[in-house]
Design a protein around this ligand. Structure first.
Ligand code: PAF
Length: 287
């Protein structure tokens, strides 16, 4: 496995793969890798001739300086995990290698087809602009055949699909296929996240109540309306000492707009566990 830190070396390796007609899989990450990332990487390794993983804590998608500063970083540990899975190339650039000073300080504008008006887009202004800025750049640099993203960040995945399949940029990505992969959970049910590293043992036990409540809501949905279940989830999570719901929205999986029926519905939650912001979601079967 080779660790690449410059765009120039990356371009050289990508060109060599293209010359040999090798299919390329890309897993974009911000590092602090866990079993959730590992599941994406394993899939990419098994479905492509060559697998690239990017490890880059993208400053332009953080609207909170403290969150950026505290984001866990450990390239050595990440590289050991990626090498053990059979990754060929890790791209780990500095922010200065990725962006000019102007790009770093100017909001990247993009038509999100309205997908950014709700949930994370509302709570974290500019987050998706920065996310799309880095993901589109990675796609242009690596020119993958397939790119892999977790369903935990469901809204992110919807926006990336929109960008590749329906936006004005779509032709620049060739025949790139976006592959969404299921949430990986700890045995307790807690959705795996790099941010879990910032939870104390006590907070981790408390955080389990988030997924426990979401799973219970599958039962509630059999008898109650969308609004009743939405409110019941918020009340149940807020009743747990140490948890505070930022939002729980039950939306249509395709449009991400709030829905009043169970067809194609997904519930997306963001909860503060102490100072740590956690997200999770649950897909409701049609009832
Ligand atoms: O999901 C993430 O870790 C990031 O948003 C991504 C897709 C790697 C872009 O920085």
């Amino acid at each position: 496995m080779q660790i690449i830190t410059t765009k120039q070396e990356l371009a050289r390796q990508v060109e060599a793969c293209k010359r040999q007609h090798k299919s390329i899989g890309l897993v974009p990450t911000m590092g602090a890798l866990h079993e959730g990332h590992a599941s994406l990487v394993r899939r990419s390794v098994s479905e492509n001739d060559v697998c690239f993983v990017s490890v880059f804590v993208n400053p332009t998608q953080f609207n909170n300086k403290e969150d950026l500063a505290k984001y866990p970083r450990n390239l050595e540990r990440d590289a050991a995990l990626l090498s053990s899975i059979g990754v060929h190339f890790v791209f780990a650039p500095t922010p200065e290698e990725m962006y000019t000073a102007e790009e770093m300080n100017t909001c990247f504008t993009f038509d999100f087809g309205g997908l950014d008006q709700v949930m994370e887009g509302k709570m974290r202004p500019g987050h998706f602009n920065g996310m799309v800025q880095v993901v589109s750049r990675l796609f242009h640099l690596v020119q993958p055949d397939r790119a892999y993203f977790g369903e935990k960040d469901f809204q992110q995945l919807a926006i990336i699909r929109f960008m590749v399949e329906r936006s004005e940029l779509k032709d620049s990505f060739g025949s790139l296929q976006i592959v969404g992969c299921p949430i990986v959970r700890e045995e307790s049910g807690l959705a795996m996240s790099s941010r879990n590293e910032r939870l104390s043992a006590e907070e981790k036990r408390t955080a389990v109540e988030i997924s426990r409540t979401l799973f219970k809501s599958l039962e509630w949905a059999k008898e109650q309306s969308v609004e009743e279940v939405r409110k019941r989830v918020v009340d149940a999570v807020n009743a747990v000492d140490g948890l505070e719901v930022e939002y729980y929205e039950i939306v249509d999986k395709t449009t991400l707009q709030p829905t009043d029926n169970w067809h194609n519905a997904i519930g997306c939650i963001t909860v503060y566990c102490g100072p740590v912001r956690l997200i999770d979601n649950i897909q409701y079967p049609a009832l």
